[in-house]
Design a binder for this molecule. Structure first.
Ligand code: 9UX
Length: 72
């Protein structure tokens, strides 16, 4: 099963922030792909909802010091 979510993220100010979030989320089992756009402050996350849920994705984003501003 595969689902795509667009997540609004706050607190990213440089390209390293983008890499940090992409790398962290890709390490989560069940996350299939992550693409973070700094300009729009959005992450497109492809994930298997039978393996990982949005709460876990939110937790990772917040653990790294960014704000989870919701799913579009
Ligand atoms: Mo860039 Mo982001 O120096 O938390 S890594 S601001």
């Amino acid at each position: 099963e595969k689902r795509d979510a667009i997540i609004k993220i706050g607190g990213m100010t440089c390209a390293s922030c983008v890499k940090t979030i992409e790398t962290a989320l890709r390490e989560l089992p069940g996350v299939l792909d992550v693409k973070v756009n700094l300009a729009t402050e959005k992450a497109t996350v492809s994930y298997d909802p039978t393996l990982v849920d949005m709460e876990e994705i939110q937790k990772i984003i917040e653990e790294f010091g960014y704000q989870f501003l919701g799913v579009e």
